[in-house]
Write a protein that binds this ligand. Sequence first.
Ligand SMILES: Cc1cc2nc3c(=O)[nH]c(=O)nc-3n(C[C@H](O)[C@H](O)[C@H](O)COP(=O)(O)OP(=O)(O)OC[C@H]3O[C@@H](n4cnc5c(N)ncnc54)[C@H](O)[C@@H]3O)c2cc1C
Length: 436
Amino acid sequence: MSPKTRQKWRNWAGNQQATPHRSVTPRTAGEVTDAVRSAADDGLTVRMTGTGHSFTGAAVAEGVLLRPTELTAIRSVDTATGLVTVEAGLPLHAFNRVLDEHGLALANMGDIQEQTVAGALQTATHGTGRDAAGLASQVAALELVLADGTTVACSPDERPDLFDAARAGLGALGIVTAITWKTVPSFLLCAQEEPMKWDEVLARMDEFDFANEHFEFYWFPHTEGCLTKRNNRVEGPARPLSKAKHWLDDRFLSNTVFGAINRVTHLAPVSTPFVNGISAKALGARTYSDTSYKVFTSPRTVRFKEQEYAIPREELVPALRELRSLFARKDWRVSFPIEVRLLPPEDAWLSMAYGRPTAFIAVHVYNRDAHEAYFRGVEDLLTALGGRPHWGKLHTRDADYLEKVYPRFGDFQKLRDEMDPDRRFANPYTTQVFGN
Ligand SMILES: Cc1cc2nc3c(=O)[nH]c(=O)nc-3n(C[C@H](O)[C@H](O)[C@H](O)COP(=O)(O)OP(=O)(O)OC[C@H]3O[C@@H](n4cnc5c(N)ncnc54)[C@H](O)[C@@H]3O)c2cc1C
C-alpha cells in the first residue's frame, strides 16, 4: 500500500475536488489501522472514499485519502441465515452478482449500483419501498477502525449505540472495514412503467403506495407529464427486456439522447419546456421482469448535480402542488425530471427516514448548468416542512438546522465527541453539518 503524495481526486459529478496530502490503498483491515495510526502520528485527518458518487463534499479527504479499491474481499456467505460479510470497498454491482450466485439479494436498493457498499451505506442510500427500507436497515453488523487505531465490531447486541450511529455515519465515527448484510432469498421483480398525467398521479398517490412494493414517479417540469414505475415481486420465469429494447430505452434514449438534449437546453434554456414535453411523451409504457437488482438499477451516463429532501410522507401531495406552483412563479428552466420516492421509517440515527414514513423529492440539473437558485428555492420549500437533506446530495444545512429535524442528532454528536475527540475523521463537510 505504498502512499502517493498530492494525487488529485474528484467526484463523479465533477463539482468536488481535493488534493490530499497523501493517498493510500489499503489491502486489509490491518493496513487501514496502520494508515489511521500513521495519520495520527503526522497530525493529519484521514478519510476513506467510495466511488465519489456523492455530490456533497462528504468524501473529500484533505490529509490522508484511503482508496477503497483493494478492500473488496467477500469474507463469508451464510445462505441459511442470509448473513453475508464483505469488505467496505466492494462495489454494489459486484456484491449483487455474488449474492445472486448464492441465491440471495438485497431487499431494496437505489437506482444505480456503482457505489461501494460502505460509501453507499454511510450516506443512508435508499431506493423506494412500501415495506423494504434503505441500505441502513439491511445491515446486521459493522467492523470499524476507530480514531485510536483499534478495531471494533458493533451490532444490535454489541455496542448498539455505535451500531445505530455508524450505519449512516458519514465516515465521521471511524473507517468501516467490513459490513455484515442481512440479505433475503433472491427474487424477481416485475416492472410496470406507465406515462401518466400529473393530476392522476397526485390523485392516486395513496392507492399506488398501498398497492405496490416499490412505487416511484418522475415529473417532467414545465409539463403535465409523469412517468410512473411500479415494481412488484413475481414468480418466474423472468421476462427481461430484449437486448435491443434495453439498449434503445436505457442506453440510447435515457442516456445518449438525454445527454444531447441537455447540451441543447444548456445552450438554449428557453427550449426546455418544449423539449421536456417531447421527453415526457418519448418514454412509453413497458412491462418486464428480471432479477431484482437489474430492475432496481439502471446505467446513468449523463453527469448531473442533485439535491434530495426527505419529508414526512403526509406532506408529499401538498408539497408537490406547492413545488409545481413555484415553477409557475419562477423563471427556472429545468430539463431533468423530478424524482419522487417513498420509504418506511428507519432506525439508524442519521437515516433521512429516521422514525417516520418518508417521501423523498429529488431535483437535478445537468452538471454544466447552474443549480443554486433552483435548489435553494426547492430547499426553502422542503425545509419549511421539516425536510432532511440526503447527506450525499447538495444542500446548505448546518448543525443548527439538522439538530431540529433529527431527534438523535445530539446523541450522534455526543458519541462523536467520545470516539473522535481530535476530529481525525473530519473534513469541511462534517464541520458544516456537525458544527465542529
Ligand atoms: C448517478 C447517481 C445516482 C444515485 N442514486 C441514488 C439513489 O438512488 N439513492 C440514494 O440514496 N442515493 C443515490 N445517489 C447518491 C449516492 O448513493 C451516495 O452519495 C453514496 O454515498 C455514494 O457512494 P460512494 O461509494 O460513491 O461513496 P462516496 O460518495 O465516495 O462517499 C460517501 C461517504 O462515505 C464515506 N465512506 C466511504 N467509504 C467509507 C468507509 N469505508 N468507512 C467510512 N466512511 C466511508 C465517505 O468518506 C463519504 O463521507 C446517487 C448518486 C449518483 C451520482
